[in-house]
Design a protein around this ligand. Structure first.
Ligand SMILES: *Cc1c(COP(=O)(O)O)cnc(C)c1O
Length: 394
């Protein structure tokens, strides 16, 4: 069995599991209580906050723990929008290939009177900073652009975009869920005002994430209630989960260089192998992409059948984001980079882990080759392409 869907979720690390299990027993108190058990939980919570902050170059009080990436995205964007509304600035800039946690929040804001500009994503899956600059207006309150894309893995020029926003006095949020723990992220060096991250994308637990908000930025509450998280996120904290996330993040940061070097070598081997399949194409820039991300389109086949047959061969992959699998719409990310519907349907995302071996990569390559050939054998689209009734795109 080869798990190649790490962009959907990762397996918890041993250290994160150990931390979580031991704290379920040891730090069960309510961190808001003043007696001993409460204070033990409080200590664990604040240590986790320090650890997370240290990894991204922030101060502990700039970290708010959330239930994951989606909540952090929602809260970051809502907060910036509320601040904008107060100043009469109701224009937001984003891109067409953001995660739905961002896109759907923006749609809601649109219905509340905000104007949204979605920048074009270029064919290589990258945003051009000068185009962000050109889109900024007097009434722009927020630019929100993801650090790395969850489907095609392209890494955006975040530092440059952040510098532009800072110079123009516009808040800058980045959904760094896919980047965190995999490539260096530093909120100070990268000129980031607001950032979202999620534990389960870097070998921490699910249902835990964090929001970084640069000091001075007033967050709006999504959840009203008690005064937890400096009054910005009510609800008794998931102490063991938060501590396990911090443990996983520290571990990922400590091994980032060696992990990335190995993954990049495996990624490039996989890309080279899959390129040999006729009428196929890599989606997104070959170099400016996450160390573990490979995403291909194969002409004349349908992604869902490809996934099912690969699963039969013990290879677990995805056609795009987990959130859209099960729907027949082609990925909004692939459409955003200009893939036409027919081609976007035949997509495959392989997000490999840190511990993948060369033999496993070779097994993936031969299985994909076999399955693509098999499916093309009875695909009417492929027959039309071969008979010249339709033109090849790839
Ligand atoms: C997974 C993911 C999210 C959502 O995170 P959850 O913790 O699952 O809510 C948001 N953005 C991106 C880019 C993601 O990959």
């Amino acid at each position: 069995m080869i798990y190649a869907d790490n962009a959907a979720t990762t397996k918890m690390s041993e250290a994160a599991i150990d931390t979580m299990i031991s704290l379920l027993g040891e730090a069960w108190g309510n961190p808001s209580s003043l007696y001993m058990h409460g204070q033990k939980a409080k200590e664990v919570l604040e240590k986790a906050r320090e650890d997370v902050a240290a990894v991204i170059g922030a101060e502990p009080r700039e970290i708010t723990f959330t239930s994951g990436g989606s909540e952090a995205d929602n809260q970051a964007i809502r907060s910036a929008a509320e601040l904008g509304r107060k100043k009469g600035k109701m224009h937001i800039i984003s891109t067409a290939f953001e995660h739905h946690a961002v896109l759907h929040t923006l749609e809601k804001l649109k219905s509340e009177g905000f104007e949204i500009t979605l920048l074009d994503v270029h064919e290589n899956g990258l945003i051009i900073p000068a185009e962000v600059e050109a889109a900024i207006r007097e009434d722009t309150c927020l630019v929100t652009i993801m650090y790395a894309n969850n489907e095609i893995g392209t890494i955006q020029p975040i530092r440059e975009i952040g510098a532009i926003c800072r110079a123009k006095g516009v808040l800058f949020h980045t959904d760094a869920v896919q980047a965190m723990g995999h490539i260096p992220v530093n909120v100070a060096e990268d000129n980031i005002d607001l950032l979202s991250a999620s534990g389960h994308k870097f070998h921490g637990p699910k249902g835990v994430g964090f929001l970084y908000a640069k000091k001075g930025i007033r967050l709006s509450n999504l959840i009203e209630g008690g005064a937890q998280e400096r009054g910005k996120r009510a609800g008794t904290e998931n102490v063991p989960g938060i501590a396990a996330m911090a443990e996983a993040l520290k571990e990922a940061a400590a091994h980032m260089e060696e992990n990335a070097a190995h993954q990049k070598a495996m990624r490039d081997r996989l890309i080279e192998g899959l390129k040999q399949i006729p009428h196929s194409a890599l989606n997104g820039d070959a170099v400016r992409r996450l160390p573990g991300n490979v995403n291909f389109c194969f002409e004349g086949i349908e992604g869902e059948s490809l996934l099912l047959l690969l699963d039969d061969k013990g290879i677990q992959a995805s056609s795009g984001s987990a959130c859209t699998s099960g729907s027949l719409d082609p990925s909004h990310v692939l459409l955003a980079i200009g893939r036409v519907h027919d081609v976007a349907h035949g997509s495959l995302r392989l997000s490999i882990g840190e511990d993948i071996t060369e033999a496993e990569v070779d097994e993936i390559i031969s299985s994909v080759k076999e399955v693509v050939e098999y499916l093309r054998g009875f695909s009417p689209i492929w027959r039309d392409l071969m008979e010249g009734k339709k033109e090849f795109i790839l």
